[in-house]
Design a binder for this molecule. Structure first.
Ligand code: HEC
Length: 153
């Protein structure tokens, strides 16, 4: 990469960070983590945890929602952690998205959360629909390695 490429790349980064609203811990526009094909499969057939839920939670949520980064709050590291209840109720109530804080609260709870540098992205409407459908279908979450999320920041 030559110098000119590098400086235009830097400009893009600077611009991008300037347009991030200060009231949000996330980037303003989340991009879909899943491919269009995977989104289609998840919306038309049963949602599969490993194929459709895990990649989204790993890319957008678990870097904050783990026991180390947010002790005492929702952890999405594995099934056992995620199925706990918090002060306001259960994070996941299999079959009942409206009672599941994971989906019911995600749109409002972050408005007061602000960290620098911004990590994670907001859920796209597709991802929100898939997470909601997954909870409705009973929130199947395997034990063991398949159900253990990687924490990368
Ligand atoms: C930058 C860190 C960060 C990221 C990324 C993040 N969250 Fe949060 N989230 C927080 C913090 C901090 C709280 C606690 C807010 C409070 O209690 O006021 C929280 C609270 C929540 C709560 C309320 C649960 C509780 O503890 O009572 C839900 C539900 C939630 N987040 C869902 C998500 C989902 C789903 C994602 C991924 C799309 C996500 N969060 C990504 C930082 C983050």
């Amino acid at each position: 990469m030559n110098y000119r490429h590098l400086s235009s790349l830097l400009c893009v980064f600077v611009l991008a960070s300037c347009t991030t609203p200060p009231d949000s811990e996330t980037k303003p526009l989340g991009a879909n983590v899943l491919s269009q094909a995977a989104i289609h499969t998840a919306k038309t057939g049963p949602v599969d945890f490993v194929a459709h839920v895990k990649p989204v939670l790993e890319a957008k949520c678990v870097m904050c929602h783990n026991r180390k980064a947010l002790p005492g709050h929702m952890s999405l590291e594995n099934r056992k952690e995620a199925m706990r209840s918090g002060a306001l109720g259960a994070y996941i109530v299999p079959g009942d998205p409206e009672k599941s804080l994971l989906v019911a609260n995600v749109k409002t709870v972050h408005q007061k959360v602000s960290v620098m540098p911004a990590v994670g992205e907001r859920l796209t409407p597709d991802e929100y629909a898939i997470l909601t459908k997954w909870v409705k279908e009973g929130a199947p979450w395997p034990a063991g390695a398949a159900g253990t999320l990687k924490i990368v920041r």
